[in-house]
Design a protein around this ligand. Sequence first.
Ligand code: GRF
Length: 214
Amino acid sequence: MKIGVLISGRGSNLAALIEACAEPGFRGQIALVISNRPKAEGLQVAAAAGIPTLVVDHQDFASRETFDAELDRALRAAGVELICNAGFMRILSDGFVEKWRDRQLNIHPSLLPAFKGLHVHQRALDAGVRITGCTVHFVRPEMDEGPIVAQAAVPVLSGDTPETLAARVLEAEHKLYPLALKLVVEGRARVVGEQVALLEADGTEAAPLFVPAI
Ligand code: GRF
């Protein structure tokens, strides 16, 4: 399955996905990495792995729709069948999201539906939660909503700052996203009525993928 990855920055999740795709027998291949920011460090991560990159700078477009149309065109031209958002910081138009319905994944650094949006780690600390984590989900027009493929739990420790907590959650993200992507490329994560049904390799029903306390 040809995968397109959308990034805006550092690209550490992209690096984890590249590593996963290099595993023998992995049924996905990253065909294109697109950044909306010309200076995103992730572009170098992709280039170093020999993956084609493209900058589609949102500032060059008059509207969200024309920006999204260019993303769509480039992804289709590269033969992309599945999109992975990996630290992509633009809101996509409803039209784009619907075109890629059930073929676009996102990773969010909280246990959704808690703490959608930005500043998640500060908000988790303010709320006093003892466990946070990360979520891989199919993308829907509403931000940080959509059928959940997999989640990982991360403990909040006393003395945590948003930075220390973010670093611990990021480690979990790097484990979770490859696991979730594997399920999707193998056709073992199916959207059924806005929830994800997971299947074992032999087609029987699998338990929900929850990675405890990383
Ligand atoms: C990750 O924490 C991701 O969950 C969030 O933005 C961060 C991106 O990090 N949406 P990176 O660019 O993958 O290193």
